[in-house]
Design a protein around this ligand. Structure first.
Ligand code: ADE
Length: 241
């Protein structure tokens, strides 16, 4: 997969692109990520990329010309152009999965107050990472790139996606590592006894419990299997006590 990120602040990505799983995925050629500086495309004197809004108002608005020229220079028949904006579709794990199957993403990050509305006509998709406003699209773009790259084949161990919160619609079960007892806090016995059937049951039931307690809205959206229904009944009784 190739990802082009259009930004006015390429230095913001230095650590993000060199460290951890993303850094390794780039080194191993699982993904190619290019930073494209929008300022390189402006035809304005003094390198301006924005101007004051028609009709007045505070702040600056990103100009059409550098954005149109930049996107046109990158786009092929295979590209999906995404604009980061708090007005976009709210991002989800389902969207991450869908985007991880694309060949070429072009991600446009705005800064300052906003975009000239006509820029919307050349993007395919608008994404928000939540109902709050950041100073620009750079941090949101990192969030979506991270969530997409980790889903690309071979980037992380295959089955470690399986229990990710939200992948299977419910939250992930609690996890523990050594020691078995820490300051009197114990790891549940079932996880240490090597009985894989019991461990799988525990994981499913505790995922359901987490979801029931923290995100009951997710339970409402999902049709439960017989096994999930049985566990949920038990959980409701247990949580009454
Ligand atoms: N730019 C500023 N805030 C944003 C948000 N919440 N999501 C995506 N892009 C943004």
């Amino acid at each position: 997969m190739k990802i082009d990120i259009i930004t006015l602040f390429p230095n913001m990505y230095t650590g993000f692109l060199s460290e951890s799983i993303i850094g390794r995925a780039i080194k191993e050629n699982k993904v190619e990520i290019n930073l494209v500086n929008l300022r390189d495309f402006t035809k304005e004197k003094h390198g301006h990329v924005d101007d004051t809004p028609f009709g007045g108002g505070c702040g600056m608005v990103l100009l059409c010309q550098p954005v149109f020229d930049c996107i046109r220079s990158l786009r092929t028949e295979d590209s999906l152009v995404i604009m980061m904006t708090p007005q976009g579709e709210v991002y989800s794990q389902k969207k991450a999965k869908e985007l991880s199957l694309k060949n070429h993403l072009i991600i446009l990050c705005g800064h300052y107050e906003g975009f000239d509305e006509r820029i919307r006509s050349i993007v395919d998709l608008e994404i928000s990472i939540g109902d709050y406003v950041l100073t620009g699209g750079e941090i949101p773009s990192m969030a979506i790139v991270d969530s997409i790259v980790r889903l690309i084949d071979g980037v992380i161990e295959d089955d470690s996606h399986e229990y990710d919160s939200h992948t299977n619609w419910m939250l992930e079960h609690p996890q523990y590592t050594k020691p078995r007892v820490y300051e009197g806090l114990e790891v549940p016995e079932v996880l240490c006894n090597g009985n894989h059937k019991e461990i799988e049951k525990y994981k499913l039931k505790e995922s359901l419990r987490r979801t029931y307690l923290r995100r009951p809205d997710l339970l409402e959206k999902h049709e439960l299997t017989k096994e999930e229904e049985k566990y949920l009944k038990e959980i409701i009784e247990e949580e009454k006590c």
